[in-house]
Each structure stands twice: as C-alpha cells, then as structure tokens.
Ligand binder design. Structure first.
Ligand code: PMP
Length: 360
C-alpha cells in the first residue's frame, strides 16, 4: 500500500513529510546543478553552500552562541563517546552520570582512556529516575562531567542542568536535541547522532565551546582529532554529505514551523495526551517516575508479557509500527519525536483504550 504508517520508531525515526517531499523533488537535479546531492563533490561550491546553510540554520534554531563551533562528523553518537574521551580528558579524569544504556556505554568507552568515576548509577532503580543534584557524587577537578539528556530506551529525560563543580558538562542529546529550546551556554559540549530529530543516520553533530578544543594527543586516530576536524571545517575527508543535506532540510523545517518554542509546545501536548491516559488507567503501567518522564520516548507495560506481545501485534494491524519496547527492557515504547503529528498520538491513545477494554 502507499499509505504511510504512524511510525513510533526510536531511531532512525519518522521524518517530516515536507522534508521527504523536498528531498524527493530535488533528488534527480538539485537546483539546476544537473545532479543529485548524492552525486556531488563535497568540494563543489554547490555543496559548500548546502553545508554552510545547514550550519547557519542549526545555529539559528538552537541559538548557538558565537564561541561554540559545530562539527558534522561521521560515526553517529557512539563515535563521539570515543572522541570526547580521547580529546577532552587532558588530565585523564572524568565523571559519568549513568541514567541508562547509552550513558553506560559512553562511560565504558571513556574508561579505556582514563580514570572514569561513575557519579551516579541508576541501575538500582531500574533506570526509572533522573538523579537530583544531591544524589550526584561529582569529584573536584575533573576534565568534564558527562550525562545523557534523554534516555531513549528507558524513557527518562533531564529537566535541569546539574552543577558540576566547575567542570565542563558534556551532554549526549541524541534523542531530545531540537525538541525544545536549551541554553547552549550552560554546556561545554552537546553531541547527538542525527537519526532522530536531526534527520538520518550516518552523522554525528558536535557543538563544542571553542576553548575546549585543544591540540589533540599524539597517536589518536586522525578522524578522532577534534582540533583537526575544526581546522578543516569537518572536511578533513569526505563528510556524510547526504545526511548533512537532510539535516539542513530538517532545521529549515523547524525554523519554518516557528522554531524550538513551537516544537516544545507541540511535544509537550503530545506527551501529555499519552501520559494523562496512562495515569488514569489501571491497565497500563508507565516505566519512568513522573518527574523523570521523557517527552520523546514514552515507555510502559500492559499487565503481562503476553499482552505486551499482543499489543504490538494488534498495533501493527491497526497501521502503527515500532511500538515494541527495546529488547533490553521489553514492554511498549512510543517514540514521539518532532515529526510525529498530534493525530498520530491521538490514534495511538484510541487504540490503547480499545485494547484495554478488550483485555482488562
Ligand atoms: N545515545 C543515545 C541517547 C541514543 O539514543 C543512541 C542511539 N539510539 C546512541 C547514543 C547511539 O547512537 P549511534 O547509534 O548514532 O551511535
């Protein structure tokens, strides 16, 4: 069928239809260049303009101050787990706040290269919470403190910026960047894989305070040298050209929608619809504690594993997809990023009501 489904994938995830249409329109012949963006030299003036416009629009939309630089790199967020540790641990010490799977992976990677202290570990409460400031055991004088702003798998999200005792804060925003305004100046580094709110896979976006880019240590892989990448404006080698072009279309779309205040408003409205329904139901059980809930990934269970599986099965038949929770936690997960329309969540909630009626 040619009908598009409501796609609740955690990533790669649904893109705005307007963005897909624009990419399709430009597919064979980008603005009279006679070729697709996929076929273009990254050194051409046509591509350079796409690249520069993408960065400029991202800077505008996210309100990035002038003393921050944008790097557009290959390798997704996981590559940045490595790059951050290799480049920023000048004194060999960093603290990691572990609130889920990806922050755990980031910490594990960094521990290969230095003295990594786990300032908090949410494992004991099944990653249902975000720690309060007084739960954080942050050391004095570390090179940086790392956290993951939105835990894609567990469905929890930070709603404050913790005090790090003066150390720069490095934040993985893979699954909530561009979903709401943030004060970039509070962070040392913001990084994200692009395949949720920023477009498609293959691109890692790094927003870094200029003074944190130091001469790289000897003997690290050249593609991990953030100073080299900055000096070459992310084009030491061929960048992920198509993914950067798609990011450009996505940030232009966000800008046209009215920017991040509008995204925030829409995302809060969608999440509220779903959480309000979950809260009044005795059938469904949300995973995250109330004050830690994510507006991007909503996680919950039905009364049994069998019903979870049935839910997923029937949701597919009803025209929805990717509602199965991550294999490590089970249950149901609805990822409702910027591109998910309100009607998609409404449709899901109606389905949930019917399912509850049928099986309660
Ligand atoms: N961090 C977060 C919060 C994520 O959700 C993901 C992937 N879903 C990653 C890191 C890993 O990203 P990538 O697959 O781009 O390496």
């Amino acid at each position: 069928t040619d009908k598009r489904v409501y796609n609740f994938s955690a990533g790669p995830s649904q893109l705005p239809v307007e963005v897909l249409k624009e990419a399709a329109d430009q597919m064979l012949n980008y603005k009279g260049s006679g070729m697709s963006v996929m076929e273009m030299s990254h050194r051409s003036s046509t591509y350079q303009k796409i690249f520069d416009d993408t960065k400029a629009t991202l800077k505008k939309v996210l309100n990035i101050p002038d003393n921050y630089k944008i790097l557009l790199l290959q390798g997704g967020a996981t590559q940045e787990f490595t790059n951050i540790a290799l480049n920023l641990m000048a004194n060999g010490k960093s603290d990691y706040i572990v609130t889920g799977s990806f922050s755990g992976k980031a910490a594990k990677e960094a521990a290969k290269f230095g003295d990594v202290h786990i300032a908090y570990n949410g494992k004991d409460n099944d990653f249902t919470e975000i720690p309060t400031q007084d739960q954080l055991d942050i050391r004095e004088g570390v090179d940086y403190v790392h956290l993951c702003n939105n835990n894609t798998i567990y469905g929890t999200e930070w709603n404050y910026v913790p005090d790090t005792k003066g150390a720069p804060l490095v934040v993985d925003m893979s699954s909530d960047i561009l979903s709401r305004p943030v004060d970039v100046s509070k962070y040392g580094v913001i990084y994200a894989g692009a395949q949720k709110n920023m477009g498609i896979a293959g691109l890692g976006v790094v927003i870094i305070r200029e003074d944190l880019v130091k001469p790289h240590p000897a003997n690290i892989p050249v593609l991990s040298e953030l100073d080299t990448m900055l000096e070459k404006d992310s084009m030491y080698n061929t960048p992920p050209c198509w993914a950067i072009y798609m990011l450009g279309l996505v940030v232009k779309w966000i800008d046209e929608q009215g920017g991040l205040e509008v995204m925030k408003e829409k995302n809060e409205k969608k999440a509220k619809l779903l959480y309000d329904y979950l809260d009044q139901s005795d059938f469904y059980k949300p995973h995250a504690k109330k004050d830690a809930r994510s507006n991007m990934n909503v996680t919950f269970t039905t009364p049994s594993k069998e019903l979870d599986a049935e839910f997923v099965k029937e949701s597919i038949a009803a025209g929805m997809t990717n509602l199965k929770g991550h294999r490590s936690v089970g249950g149901i997960r609805a990822s409702i990023y910027n591109a998910m329309p309100y009607e998609g969540v409404e449709y899901l909630v109606n389905f949930m009501k019917e399912f509850e009626e049928k099986y309660k």
